[in-house]
Each structure stands twice: as C-alpha cells, then as structure tokens.
Design a protein around this ligand. Structure first.
Ligand code: ADP
Length: 363
C-alpha cells in the first residue's frame, strides 16, 4: 500500500513547536516530504540553529509520521533558517534580527551579557554581529581583545572586525576602535543620531541572523535613535537583583515599551556567587530580577552568577574562553543564547515587527 502525502501532512500537523505552541505545518516549518515505498523523509526547518528542543521535535515528528498507515521508516532532517519580522524596506535588509541589550544603570554587566549572547549564538551556528552602541564608554574593544585599531574601509564602507575561530566568528564594530580609550566621549543629541546611523548604514554587516547592539546604560538618545532608525526585533534588559538596580531596570523596560520595542527578556546578572568550596552566596538578593520580570509580564532568560573567570576573560579580551569545555558559566551562557533565540522566533512568528516611531530628539 502506498503512503499518502496528505496523510503524512495531516500527521505532521499534529506536531506542535514546543515554544511557539502552533503546529509545524501552519508555521511553514515543513520543507520537504519525500515518500519512497514505506520510507518517508521529512525536512523540518527550525527557526533558529540555537534551538534547544531539536531532539524533542525530531522525536515527535518521527512518532507522528510512524502512525500513518503504510509507513515503515521515518528519516527526519533538521535544518535552520532564522526568520525576520522586519519589512523589506528596512535599512538593513540582510540583517534578520536586531536586538538591543540595555540596562537601567552602568556596571551591571550589560556589555558582558551582550558579548556573551553574540558568542553563544554564533557557537550554535548563527551568523552574528555585535555593535557597541555604548558610545560614551565603549568596553567592547577591550572585551573582544581587538583594542584600538582602525577598521578597514571598502570605499566609503567600514568593514567590521571578525573575531573567533574556525568554529564560529562574530563581526564587531565599536567607536572605541577609532577613539583612544582615555579620551572622554562627549556627544550631543544630534551627533548621537549621526554616529548610530553611520554604524548601521555604513558598516558592511553582510548577512546576519542576529545583530546584537550593546546600548549605553539608562534611557538616552542612543535607544531613541535606534528605535527611530530601524525596526528592532526587541530588547533584552540586564539587571542585578538588588532593588536599587531594579528600579532603574523598570524605567528602561518602560522606555522601550513606549518606543514600541518589545522586551524579549530580562537577564539577572551577578545573581549569586559560588565559592571554591562550592558554597553558594546570595550577595545581592538572588531572584529579584526574575520577580520583576514576572510582575511586569516579561520573559525571564537567565540567572548568571558572579564568575571571576568571566571578569578575567573580559579584561584579557578572550570572549570565546567563557565557552571552553571547562568554563564554569559555559552551559548557563549557551542556555541564555538559546532562550533569547527562542523568544526571537516567537516574536517573529506571532507578532509584527516593531513599528517605526517618530519622536523629536532634543539636543
Ligand atoms: P556594563 O556594560 O553594565 O557597564 P560590564 O559588562 O562592563 O557592565 O561589566 C562591568 C564589570 O563587571 C566588568 O569588569 C565585567 O568583566 C564584570 N562582570 C560583569 N558580569 C560579571 C559576572 N557575571 N561575573 C564576574 N564579573 C562580571
């Protein structure tokens, strides 16, 4: 008896994406179905290579198709293509998702999280760029080990630096590559608009699944310019758990919401500390940012502990070292990247892109 294509599709329509809660046929994730006698080959296109639930999807597809009459063997191939919710007319059509990383105040680890998100996504197979939008105090040149070095030009266009290994690379751009680190960076409102626009329009980012933008702390002109200039997929808010930091984090959340930018999630950094003997110390009130996220109805992405090696690797400019097999925060950082990728997929499949807002820039 030959296997019916319609019956296989009907079986596939019973499989739900575990994060988006819709079936994989209506989500247009079923790419090819090949039937040869009793053998069925299905290709399912995931919405991100950083999908933590690959094995579960494979298993559920196999089980569902095996139930179809006449099926003897099922072969499931999983591929990934990151989607974009942005319209074709946006400024960077080759960049599928632009994600801002913000914080209420400085020193909470926003740049650290932005950089580790970029590396974590790249290590899972995504093409990733990192734009240091913290133009008042750029720390990405040090944290990436690139330091102060003029980027190469292609005509009028700036080529971002690429760092990494054969395994994965990220493309990086920062004003700190050009301006000496000891020089105070003072920007008036309209200049901010110019430099951010230039970073977006004049840098040759090429095709990217995710462009991570490290914002300055607080609620200033850079965030406003970004929200005005491009369709952001959304923003991630980094906070430490103590109440004093959370009050500012809430303000940052509200600013993005007023700008029409979705909050993709909250990260609690410096959540706790594990000493060399294995005792966990709750220094700043672990769980504070998770409670804030819950109260504000926002996804919570991760609790990242204080990790001395993470600080050392930031100072020595070795971001990939946080992901070495024996690095203490490796798994937490990979999971963080997966959770963010999941939220991006949910956003792109369920909601329209951030709308353009027109606000006056003072300055
Ligand atoms: P921000 O961008 O919010 O100003 P940074 O990312 O520059 O903060 O971090 C401030 C300092 O704290 C840096 O020296 C960084 O290496 C360190 N740091 C950040 N997060 C952690 C962490 N989880 N464990 C240890 N050190 C951290």
């Amino acid at each position: 008896m030959s296997v019916s294509h319609d019956a296989v599709m009907a079986a596939l329509a019973t499989v739900q994406d575990p994060e988006i809660f819709k079936d994989i046929v209506s989500l247009d994730m079923v790419r090819d179905v090949n039937i040869c006698g009793g053998s069925v080959k299905v290709r399912v296109e995931l919405t991100t290579p950083a999908c933590p639930l690959k094995d579960r999807i494979r298993e559920e597809v196999t089980t569902a198709v095996k139930k179809v009459s006449g099926v003897e063997a099922v072969d499931v191939e999983l591929t990934a293509k990151v989607r974009s919710a942005a319209g074709p007319k946006q400024l960077l059509p080759q960049v599928r998702n632009i994600i801002a990383v913000g914080a209420g105040k400085g020193g909470v680890g926003k740049s650290t999280i932005a950089l580790n998100l970029a590396v974590g996504l790249a290590l899972q197979g995504a093409s990733v760029g990192l734009l240091d939008g913290d133009i008042y105090g750029p720390s990405i040149p040090t944290m990436t080990g690139i330091g102060q070095r003029n980027p190469q030009l292609n005509g009028e266009r700036i080529i971002p630096f690429s760092i990494g290994s054969a395994e994965a690379i990220i493309k990086v751009m920062s004003i700190g590559f050009i301006v000496p680190p000891e020089k105070a960076l003072i920007w008036r409102g309209p200049m901010v608009h110019g430099v951010i626009r230039q970073f977006i329009e004049q840098v040759e980012w090429g095709e990217l699944d995710y462009l991570i933008v490290d914002l300055p702390p607080g609620t200033g002109d850079v965030s406003l310019t970004l929200a005005q200039t491009i369709a952001l997929t959304g923003a991630v808010i980094v906070a430490t758990p103590q109440e004093l930091a959370l009050a500012d984090a809430r303000r940052a959340v509200r600013m993005f919401q007023q700008l029409g930018v979705a909050i993709l999630g909250v990260v609690e950094n410096m959540s706790y500390f594990i000493c060399e003997h294995g005792t966990t110390y709750d220094l700043f009130g672990r769980g504070g940012a998770a409670a804030m996220a819950q109260n504000m109805g926002l996804p919570f992405l991760a609790e990242i502990p204080i990790d001395a090696r993470m600080r050392q690797f930031a100072d020595s400019g070795e971001p990939f070292a946080n992901f070495a097999a024996d690095a203490p925060s490796r798994q937490l950082l990979l999971t963080l990247a997966q959770k963010l990728a999941g939220q991006v997929s949910i956003r792109n499949l369920t909601k329209p892109a951030g709308k353009e807002v027109k606000l006056e820039i003072s300055g």
